[in-house]
Write a protein that binds this ligand. Structure first.
Ligand SMILES: NC(=O)c1ccc[n+]([C@@H]2O[C@H](COP(=O)([O-])OP(=O)(O)OC[C@H]3O[C@@H](n4cnc5c(N)ncnc54)[C@H](O)[C@@H]3O)[C@@H](O)[C@H]2O)c1
Length: 418
């Protein structure tokens, strides 16, 4: 089959390469010349094991081609961004533009598969509506399906194949046709349903995580009311065979868990009470972090705070929606200066420091990402460089005993015993 993949980012590139590897002719399309040049020269980021070799191999074979314009195809797969707008609505402009760009190429019998995470009813209302506008029947002339992704960056190639998948069709025929295409590389089970259920399921999965993290974060807040260490409480509670509480932290980041619940909330704000509350609890966490640090320092005015970790989670360089950014914003609004060190983040849009530089003149250290590398930091050397000796670890990545023995006033977030 000829497949045109629109958008060659985290999701589109591996999907395109894997389809080519299974023998399809794949035209990869992206509006960014930089993205296309990077793919041509490097294949893919080295952070995705195996992907660069796969991409370069498929480009070499001629089964995978690159262009800045969409091409006529049997199947169009849309892998475009769906970020959140400041008003907490989904920004559908990329998907709209992407679909618009393929409309002149659409022929009867073609299939459009949407992979972008979208609000419920996007396939049946937005995409089907655009198809109708050019005089084609979205139920009979074209097959429309929604095939969401749940892969994790860093292991995309493995998870793309092995995870179970949900595929929703605007019609049963569209669902089974899309299932047939994905069966060429998905070894997990493919569950088919209608497109709106599949859209809802994708959002529900991340909303479930958000609600559960909010529960853990609320326990961290309660730890100060009751004078307990939340980590001890969670470890003990989790010994119950049917309890599995997640870990609290400085908030929820990333472009999925912190964003997807809003796509449901926006469509049904009155009904989505628990989702809204979870968002409130999780977005309040940076305030709790700053308050805890202020309690340690007395005042934040003119203090230099070393921030360890900008990424939204451990061992990645992605800082989209990272709670560390909000923590920094609040600290700076209260008169502190932040010096950020993150060995994984390449481009933050502001100055990042090497560890030693970040520690120069530091009044306090704040750990906001649990990078594994941080475990090896020598607390004695850090104390020599710093001005103060306060440290707040919001991820419980550092060894409290080691740091305290080296002379640090060490706190974990959610340790109400201190
Ligand atoms: N990255 C993930 O781990 C992940 C996981 C699950 C779901 N998703 C969802 O998948 C979708 C895509 O995410 P991503 O992470 O791959 O995004 P991305 O930002 O990595 O890639 C999107 C690509 O689309 C290109 N683009 C923008 N407008 C275009 C247009 N009109 N035509 C062609 N190309 C265009 C951009 O240049 C970019 O290369 C989003 O809805 C996201 O929420 C992502």
């Amino acid at each position: 089959m000829k497949v045109c993949v629109i958008g060659l980012g985290y999701i589109g590139l591996p999907t395109a390469a894997i389809l080519a590897n299974k023998g399809h002719n794949v035209a990869g399309m992206d509006v960014s010349q930089r993205v296309l040049d990077d793919i041509r020269t490097q294949g893919a980021t080295p952070e995705e094991p195996g992907l660069a070799d796969l991409v370069l191999g498929e480009l070499e074979s001629g089964r995978f081609t690159l262009s800045d314009k969409p091409e006529a195809a049997d199947v169009f797969i849309i892998c475009l961004p769906t970020p959140i707008l400041p008003n907490k609505k989904a920004d559908m402009s990329y998907v709209e533009k992407g679909v618009k760009s393929i409309l002149p190429l659409l022929q009867k019998g073609n299939m459009i598969i949407l992979e972008s995470t979208v609000p419920p009813r996007t396939t049946s209302d937005l995409v089907a509506g655009m198809v109708k506008e050019i005089g084609l029947d979205p139920e009979n002339d074209i097959d429309l399906a929604f095939a969401p992704e749940r892969v994790i960056p860093g292991n995309i190639l493995v998870e793309l194949s092995t995870l179970d998948r949900v595929i929703g069709g605007l019609t049963p025929r569209a669902a089974s046709r899309a299932k047939e295409l994905y069966s060429c590389f998905v070894t997990g089970e493919i569950v088919i349903t209608d497109s709106t259920t599949a859209e809802f399921v994708k959002l529900v999965e991340n909303s479930y995580r958000d609600v559960n993290i909010a529960f853990a974060n609320e326990l961290a807040q309660l730890s100060y009311d009751f004078g307990i260490d939340v980590r001890d409480a969670i470890l003990i509670a989790n010994r119950h065979p049917r309890v599995n509480i997640l870990q609290p932290g400085p908030g929820v980041g990333g472009h999925c868990i912190a964003v997807d619940p809003y796509f449901i909330i926006d469509g049904a704000p009155e009904t989505s009470r628990m989702l809204k509350l979870a968002r409130i609890v999780n977005t309040e966490m940076p305030e709790l972090v700053v308050k805890t640090l202020k309690d340690m320092l007395g005042s934040l005015q003119n203090k230099t705070i070393t921030i360890l970790g900008l990424a939204y989670k451990a061992d990645v360089g992605d800082c989209r929606e990272s709670p560390a950014l909000e923590v920094m914003r609040i600290l700076e609004s209260r008169g502190a200066k932040c010096k950020v060190h993150d060995p994984y983040v390449k481009n933050a849009g502001f100055e990042l420091y090497e560890l030693a530089e970040a520690m120069e003149g530091s009044d306090a250290v704040l750990v906001t990402t649990g990078h594994t590398d941080f475990k090896d930091i020598d607390p004695k050397i850090m104390l020599e460089k710093a001005k103060g000796n306060s440290i707040l670890d919001t991820r419980r990545v550092l060894d409290r005993t080691k740091w305290a023995e080296a002379g640090w006033d060490f706190r974990y977030l959610g340790d109400g015993k201190k």
